[in-house]
Design a protein around this ligand. Structure first.
Ligand SMILES: NC(=O)c1ccc[n+]([C@@H]2O[C@H](COP(=O)([O-])OP(=O)(O)OC[C@H]3O[C@@H](n4cnc5c(N)ncnc54)[C@H](OP(=O)(O)O)[C@@H]3O)[C@@H](O)[C@H]2O)c1
Length: 340
């Protein structure tokens, strides 16, 4: 669902790359792109419009068509017998919905009510880096500043960055459409929107709330996030300051993270070796580097975490969750399940 979008097209790519077992793959989108073709495993599949008939008989729906579509349609997909892995933010904080980062909290898929939510892309890569630290040394406080790429907003934002970059280089006027300001050659300290008089953005609230839910952190753990949009096509970067309960040296942290599946430590800064979004784009692993002691606190470490927001941040994790469901025989809607 959302097969023509930035996440949806990556989903099709990842499903094929990982040879996810399927008897039929049905790309769904809106009437706008019905009839268009999308690539899957060397074939061209015709996009179908999302209608009541289009999903009957499907076992699993990987959804990335925005929160409005998921809010309205997910209960109907579940009623029709399909298990949903949802990339949108709509159901993530719902009490009856597991929010799962594969490799971090796999067991949360057990007892799903027909829908498993995929976390926000910014939260996702952070969880991969923090889980080993949490398990080894506990976490007392977390301060995260993000530098997020435009593909996190979808295909229109990628086009906007390209168009604006060309316009600026030609000395032409720039008309922002997707973002409130010009994003080319700029940094915007606003990712998503400010709602209900809040001085944090909805993205910052997601990072803080989802982190707490996935890692099971109590209110006693302080979390603070600042999210910025930068003119990068793909790959979110994060500066992470983590205060642990027990002291963890940078060397121990480096060793711990080096031995974690799905993480690659690139940390030789004097030789220019550290994670970069252009190196993370297209990769499945989350990259971590610049691991160092915060000089202001003996139990704080600073890290630089970079991941491909479309792969582990969205499509790859959704497929890994689907694989978990398949391996555990959980691709079935439990009797009486509903999302109230
Ligand atoms: N981009 C990321 O890094 C990322 C990461 C994690 C989660 N997400 C979430 O994933 C969702 C999609 O993001 P995206 O970046 O892929 O956006 P996108 O590139 O703008 O794609 C949106 C997709 O949704 C479809 N769609 C939109 N409205 C629809 C409707 N009313 N009915 C049916 N299909 C509809 C579009 O189909 P048409 O071609 O027919 O318009 C398109 O396939 C969002 O909720 C986003 O928050 C994105």
């Amino acid at each position: 669902m959302g097969a023509t979008g930035a996440v949806g097209s990556t989903l099709l790519e990842v499903l094929a790359q990982r040879s996810f077992p399927t008897s039929e793959v049905v790309p769904l989108a809106s009437a706008r792109s019905a009839g268009n073709k999308v690539g899957f495993a060397g074939e061209e599949l015709e996009v179908r419009e999302l209608t009541e008939d289009s999903f009957q008989g499907l076992d699993l729906i990987l959804s990335s068509a925005g929160g409005t579509v998921s809010s309205e349609w997910a209960p109907r997909w579940i009623e029709a017998g399909a298990v949903v892995v949802d990339n949108t933010s709509f159901w993530r904080m719902h009490d009856d919905v597991p929010l799962v980062v594969a490799g971090v909290n796999d067991n949360a898929v057990e007892g799903h009510n027909g829908l498993v939510a995929n976390p926000n892309c910014t939260t996702m890569q952070l969880m991969v880096a923090l889980k080993p630290i949490l398990d080894a040394a506990g976490i007392q406080r977390l301060i995260v500043s993000t530098y997020q790429s435009v593909s996190g907003t979808g295909r229109n934002a990628i086009a906007e960055l390209r168009d604006q970059s060309e316009a600026v280089l030609k000395g032409e006027r720039v008309e922002p459409k997707v973002y409130p300001h010009q994003v080319a050659f700029n940094v915007l300290p606003q990712v998503e929107s400010f709602k209900n008089g809040d001085d944090y953005t909805t993205e910052e609230r997601k990072v803080m709330g989802e982190t707490r839910k996935i890692l099971g952190l109590t209110e006693a753990v302080g979390i603070s996030a600042t999210c910025a949009r930068v003119p990068v096509v793909t790959g979110h970067s994060e500066s992470v300051n983590v205060q642990t309960e027990r002291e963890l040296s940078p060397e121990e942290c480096r060793e711990l993270l080096s031995g974690t599946d799905g993480l690659v430590v690139l940390d030789d800064p004097r030789d220019g070796i550290y994670p970069l979004p252009i190196a993370a784009a297209g990769r499945d692993e989350v990259l971590v580097g610049r691991i160092r002691r915060d000089p202001s606190h003996e139990r704080c470490l600073n890290l630089w975490v970079v991941g491909d927001n479309l792969r582990k941040g969205a499509a790859l994790n959704a497929v890994q969750v689907a694989e978990l469901l398949d391996q555990r025989d959980l691709v079935r809607v439990p009797a009486g399940a509903s999302l109230a």
